[in-house]
Design a protein around this ligand. Structure first.
Ligand code: NDP
Length: 279
C-alpha cells in the first residue's frame, strides 16, 4: 500500500516558516499584501483568506459577478499596479468567457505577478532565469521532494499542458534534471507512456481517469485534479486518479482533497512574501 502524502500537514509546516519570515519583514515596516481578483461566484476563495490570515498576509478580495467585462478588470489591475502597498496581484482563471484572460494577465506588472503567469515570468522559467513560478507546480515539486531526496535522472510524466500547471511543472522538473514527458489530449498510448514514469503527475480535470493500468509499481503519483462529481446521490470532490486502486501499486500518492490543493495556497503566500521582500 502506498504512502499517502499528507499535503495538508506539509503545507501547514511550510506556512509556519512563512509566518516567521512575514513577522521579520513586518518588524522592518513591510506589510505583505495580496490582491485577489475573482469572478467565479462558486469559488469564494475562503481557504486563501484563512491561510493568509494565519501567516499574517493581508488580502484584498475583489469579487466580480459574471457580467464583469475586461475593461473593468483592466482598470483595477492598472490601479493595483500603481499601489505600492500591494505586493502581489492574482487574477483567478475561471472568468466569464467574454473576459480576455491572457491579455489581462499581461497587464499585471511582472514584479507583482504572484501567480507567475505573465509572458515574462513564464519566459524566465523556460530560460532558467530567476522569476516568479506558478504556485501549483511549486507545490507539486515540494511534495515530490518529500518522497525523493534526489530526482535528477528520474523519469517524470505530466498529464496536462496548461500554462498554469502542466507546462511550468514540466519545466521545473526538467530544470531539476528529470527526463520529462508532457502528455495532452492529442497524445496516444497514455497508459503505456505513463507506465514508464518514476513520477507521474496528473493535471487534466478528468475524474479517476488514471487507473492502476497507468502506474509502474513503486512510482510516485501526484494528483492535481479537482473534479466535482455526483455519486450515491452526493456531491463529491475527486481527483484525476483512481485513488483506491492506484494506491495498491504506487510507492506514494497524494489524496484529493488535502494533497496538492493546500500546497497551492501555501505557495501563493510564499510568492507574495517573495514579492514583498523587494524581489
Ligand atoms: P486545463 O483544462 O487548462 O488543462 C487540462 C489539460 O489536460 C490540457 O492540457 C488537456 O490537453 C489535457 N487533457 C484533457 N483531456 C485529456 C485526455 N483525455 N488525455 C490527455 N490529456 C488531456 O486545466 P488546468 O491545468 O487548469 O487544471 C487541471 C486540473 O487541475 C483541474 O481539475 C483543476 O481543477 C485542477 N487544479 C488543481 C489545482 C490544485 O491546487 N490542486 C490548481 C489548478 C488546477 P489539451 O491541451 O490538448 O487540451
Amino acid at each position: 500500500m502506498a504512502k499517502i502524502i499528507d499535503g495538508l500537514s506539509i503545507a501547514n509546516e511550510f506556512c509556519d516558516g512563512i509566518r516567521t519570515r512575514v513577522d521579520e519583514i513586518k518588524a522592518r515596516g513591510v506589510y505583505p499584501r495580496l490582491a485577489v481578483i475573482n469572478a467565479n461566484g462558486d469559488d469564494p476563495l475562503i481557504n486563501i483568506m484563512k491561510v493568509a490570515e494565519s501567516v499574517g498576509i493581508e488580502i484584498d478580495m475583489y469579487q466580480f459577478d459574471a457580467q464583469v467585462n475586461s475593461q473593468e478588470i483592466a482598470d483595477l489591475i492598472s490601479q493595483l499596479n500603481k499601489d505600492s502597498g500591494t505586493h502581489g496581484i492574482s487574477l483567478k482563471s475561471h472568468l466569464p468567457k467574454s473576459v480576455r484572460f491572457r491579455e489581462l494577465i499581461n497587464l499585471i506588472e511582472p514584479d507583482k505577478d504572484v501567480e507567475g503567469l505573465t509572458t515574462l515570468n513564464q519566459g524566465r522559467l523556460f530560460s532558467g532565469e530567476p522569476g516568479i513560478v506558478p504556485c501549483t507546480p511549486l507545490g507539486v515539486l515540494h511534495l515530490i521532494r518529500t518522497i525523493h531526496e534526489e530526482i535528477s535522472g528520474l523519469r517524470a510524466v505530466v498529464l496536462g499542458r496548461s500554462s498554469i500547471v502542466g507546462r511550468p511543472l514540466a519545466q521545473l522538473l526538467l530544470n531539476s534534471n528529470c527526463t520529462v514527458t508532457l502528455l495532452h489530449s492529442y497524445s496516444h498510448d497514455l497508459p503505456e507512456i505513463c507506465r514508464n514514469a518514476d513520477i507521474l503527475v496528473s493535471a487534466m480535470g478528468h475524474p479517476r481517469f488514471v487507473t492502476e493500468e497507468f502506474v509502474k509499481e513503486g512510482a510516485t503519483v501526484i494528483d492535481v485534479g479537482i473534479n466535482k462529481i455526483e455519486e450515491d446521490g452526493k456531491l463529491k470532490i475527486v481527483g484525476d486518479v483512481d485513488f483506491g486502486n492506484v494506491a495498491s501499486v504506487a510507492k506514494a500518492i497524494t489524496p484529493v482533497p488535502n494533497g496538492v490543493g493546500p500546497m497551492t495556497v501555501a505557495y501563493l503566500m510564499h510568492n507574495t512574501l517573495k514579492l514583498a521582500c523587494c524581489y
